[in-house]
Design a protein around this ligand. Structure first.
Ligand code: NAD
Length: 329
């Protein structure tokens, strides 16, 4: 099987090269190009493509892949909201994902963002670099004894619940499917109750048509003043305009974002010499209580190794015509 690996970074090539020997018969060619409607033509002659969260796998891309003989899309991610699954089904293209690689990698980034925003670590670092040892304005709050509200208690949300519990927090959660095995760490409540009672709110549900902009002005109004909000799931869960209004109104003690709405246009690229078309990201960074990272929740050695292993297993399953729980189309 020949796979065209889109948007390949050095770290991707290293983690896949480390284990490709365990999968005889699978060949990978790497390209810097991102998968989208135009670059799909590059996949002519390949059996499968491998893509990430930054790809645009819409109906046009999938139609072009099918036209060029591609039989499978191997997503090296858990989320697949960027894939038109219905179109893939219609054209008989298999789509496999990596549903679980290292939930702790994302949960540990979520708590890092909460702590960094809470204790103004980025501001503090910049001050110290400039020999400014003044701590005025950097005052945080203790997390111990406070309430953590976790939205989505799947693999990553569950890891986040355990971390918050370990911090001595009371953990409440909202999920459309409850997980009874977590009830020793948390209490399930309604979304409204979670919004009203939490001192820290962390989002861990997938982005779907139903929960797009679930954190909007109405939801923000219900939150406690001084809440810390963290999003490591998908940017579309939060209405950025409403978030900015909330920040400007002084609602949040801290905001930590690994994902944001317009990230797809420039994620994982170096655009430091450009004026970005959408000002929302730089606007968010104007605020001293906001900390942002570049969709790097998955970026630990353990997670990269597990992603490579599962993606190559998925490729082998495609070759053998085996359907598994990793199939979304
Ligand atoms: P999961 O499927 O194990 O868990 C998702 C949970 O969300 C499930 O329990 C589900 O019932 C719940 N859910 C679905 N819709 C909901 C809603 N409207 N309200 C409340 N709960 C809802 O997924 P996971 O592995 O824990 O991953 C969660 C999300 O994290 C992914 O969908 C992805 O968007 C994101 N993610 C981000 C990174 C990163 O690098 N930042 C990496 C991996 C995953």
């Amino acid at each position: 099987m020949r796979i065209l690996f889109y948007a390949a970074k050095r770290y991707d090539q290293e983690s896949f090269t480390d284990i490709i020997g365990k999968f005889p018969g699978i060949e990978i060619e790497y390209t810097d190009h991102e998968l989208g409607p135009r670059s799909a033509t590059l996949a002519e002659g390949f059996d499968a493509v491998c893509a990430f969260v930054s790809a645009n796998v819409d109906a046009r891309t999938i139609t072009s892949l099918a036209k060029h003989g591609v039989k499978a899309i191997l997503m090296r991610s858990a989320g697949y909201n960027n894939v038109d699954v219905e179109k893939a089904k219609e054209l008989g293209i298999v789509v496999k994902i990596v549903p679980k690689y290292s939930p702790e990698s994302v949960a540990e980034l979520a708590i890092s963002l909460a702590l960094a925003a809470n204790r103004r670590l980025c501001k503090s670092y910049i001050r110290i670099r400039e020999n400014n040892f003044d701590i005025d304005g950097l005052c945080g709050v203790n997390l111990a004894g406070k309430t953590a509200g976790i939205i989505g208690t799947g693999k990553i949300g569950a890891a986040m619940c355990r971390i918050c519990f370990g911090f001595g927090m009371r953990v409440i959660a909202y999920d459309i499917n409850k997980n009874p095995s977590l009830e020793r760490y948390l209490k399930y409540v309604s979304l409204n109750e979670l919004l009203e009672k939490s001192d820290l709110i962390s989002l861990h549900c997938p982005l779907t048509d139903k929960n797009y902009h679930m954190i909007n002005s109405d939801a923000i109004k219900k939150m406690k003043d001084g809440v810390i909000l963290v999003n490591t799931s998908r940017g579309g869960l939060i209405d950025t305009g409403d978030l900015i209004k909330g920040i400007r109104a002084g609602k949040f003690h801290g905001v930590g974002l690994d994902v944001y709405e317009e990230e797809t246009d420039f994620i994982y690229g170096d655009h430091s010499n450009e004026i970005l078309p959408n000002p929302a990201t730089s606007k968010l960074l104007d605020y001293p209580n906001v900390v942002m990272t570049s969709h790097q929740g998955f970026y630990t050695k353990e997670a990269l190794g597990a992603i490579a292993e599962t993606t190559l297993r998925n490729a082998r399953d495609v070759e053998k015509g085996i359907r598994t729980d990793n199939d979304v189309a």
